[in-house]
Structures are given as structure tokens and as C-alpha cells.
Design a protein around this ligand. Sequence first.
Ligand SMILES: [Zn+2]
Length: 398
Amino acid sequence: MSRYRLSPTPAQEAALAEHCAHARFVWNLAVEQHAHWKPGRKGAPGFAEQCRQLTEARAAFGWLAAGSIVVQQQALKDFAQAMANFFGGTHRKPTWRRRGRSEGFRIVAVKADHVRRLSRNTGEVKIPKVGWVRFRWSRAVPGGAKSYRITRDAAGRWHVAFAAVPQPVPAPATGEAVGVDRGVAASAALSTGQLLTAPGLREPEARRLLRLERKLARARRGSHRRAKVKAALAKLKARQSDRRRDWVEKTSTDLARRFDVIAVEDLKIRNMTRSAKGTVEQPGTNVRQKAGLNRAILAAGWGRLVTRLEDKAPGRVVKINPAYTSQTCNTCGHRAPDNRESQAVFRCVACGHRADADVNAACNLRDTAVGRTVAERGGSPLGGPVNREPQRDLLLVG
Ligand SMILES: [Zn+2]
């Protein structure tokens, strides 16, 4: 996804906000319908049924009918996709969209001549019922974009992101596999021993964030000051997520380029096995704080990293059942909950193998993916590959 800063005129901005409001209304309607659904009841309405209801809603509400049906129908499709992702285990359950937070809408079936370049630094995109809106041509626009998403972040900035599934990165054909584990201290650990850290805020920025949060707590509700602090906070947070987004793109390209097979834990199973006791099994005081921060960073980044890997290395990503990957010694295969010196350090009680805990887990992921199971070396077997494809094509929408 490549994002570009949109610069709508005030009139266009109002029209875009209207589209956002319609998309949000339709999305929330769908959320509400699904919220009433309980196991055992007749299924919540599917996409076709919801489209019929949308037609009725448009007949009933003039303001909705005045909007773009393309925008509204796409919101329903996005919701259907979000539910499919949820059932596929790759994403969380779709929730309510609130005004002023992560607002946006999507346009599909984009024609090639709906995006054009005006000058070196300026381009424009055609948006239904809004017209041509300019954006900053900050880098090459991917050819063959079939859809785009317009968003307004909490800081009030508008962006357009063209969705062209990235070109697969050619495999190095070295036969090399890598395991990538979600880290505790670092963002991700590779079986090569490399630790990757998603960039967050720099030290002064983090201090400023804290200061602003304290200020916000003191500011009176509805006051001008509060709005100002809120905007400043949103800007900092947007900067943070921009950096993470970049990190995900770079990291996924790098991994796809360097390794033939990339082993990652299966998130769905991980959530089932670990959520009850928390991701961190034996939290130390400092580690826990760090891990909490890291978890927050990764909550958004990890799923995206896996999706990106699958885009860039199609058929080369293996999803592994993560049961016991953190408790099993990669050297001798001994599995015990006591195989820890600390949260960050793995130490095998049987053979004394000592390693970064996340790297040890990443090695187990890699070995399981290439079938070099610990069982072959005399240890107990780890959970095998699960390899559930993301169920993106489950729903024939779009
Ligand atoms: Zn061992």
C-alpha cells in the first residue's frame, strides 16, 4: 500500500467527510446486525441481504441516498471481508467506527485514467461525486491499482492509498528457511539470531507524548486547550504508525528476498493457546512494561507483516502451530516450562543450551517448517505446520 498526502479544497473536504460519514453509518449498521447474532441463531445477514437493506435504507433516508452508492456498498464489502478475516483468524473482529477516528472509504474498479500526474510533485485522483482531488506525488504511483482508499487520520490529514498487490519478490533459490517469531524484547526475532525492532517514537518524542497525555488528563472536557492537546497527540501517534508501516514494508521485502521459506507462528492458534495466560509467561517487572509496549506496537504491526510476507512471497510462507515453540530447546529437543533463565533468555535444563528466548523459538519455527522436527533428533514433536491460507477468497466479493 503506498500512501499519498491528499490536498482537497475546503469544498472537496466537506464532500469527502460526507462519504466518510456514509461509510461509517453503513459499517456500523453491519456491526450492529452481527452483534445481535449468537451461536444457534439464524445467521446474521450476509452481503447480498445487506445490500438489499442498503437499498431500503437509501429509500428511507434522503441524506444517505444523496451519497455515493459506490462508497456505501464498498463499506459493506469491506465489512464482509473483515468478518472473513476474523473467521480466518488473521484479524480481530470488526468493531464500531467512531467519528473522527480512522475515518475512510474505499473506491474499487478504478480505471487507469482515474489517476493522473499533473506535475513533478502533484497528481490527482478522480473520486465519485467529488471530482478530481489533488495529492502529493511523493513517489511513483503503482501501475494497475484497482482500488484506493481515502482516509482521514486523527490529526485531520487526508491520504489516498492505492492498493496494488505488491509484486512478488523473487525467491533467492538458496533453499534457506527462516523462522520469524514475535519477540518480547525486540519486535521480531529471526532464527539467524537477528533481532528486529520496529521503530517507535524517539526519546524526546516519547517524553513529549507523556507530557501531552498528562496535559490531556488535566484539560477540561470540551475546552479549546483540550482540542489542541488532542490534535498534537494525534499527530505524534500518526508519525509513530507511519514509521511502523514503513518498517513492515522494508522488513517483508527483505525477508522475501533473502529466504526461500519463511516460517511464522499461526496467529489463530497462538491466540487460543496463549491469550488466557497472557503472551508473557513469566513476566519480570521491567520486561513486563517493555513487553506491554511491544505488544501494543505489534498488535498493529504483526498481522500486517504476515499479510505483506504472503503478498511478497506467495506460497513461501509456512504457518506453524506455535504450541511449545517457546518451551522447547532447539538443540536437544527437551521441552519444559522451566527452560527459561529469564523472560528474555532461554536456558535448557537438560543440555544447558543458552540462547535468546525469541531466537530459540524462531529456530523451532524454522525447523518445523522444513520438516527438521525436533522429534527426528530424539525430542518430543512440536506442533506441525498449519498452513491455513488467509481466507481472503472465501467471500466472492469485489
Ligand atoms: Zn537442550
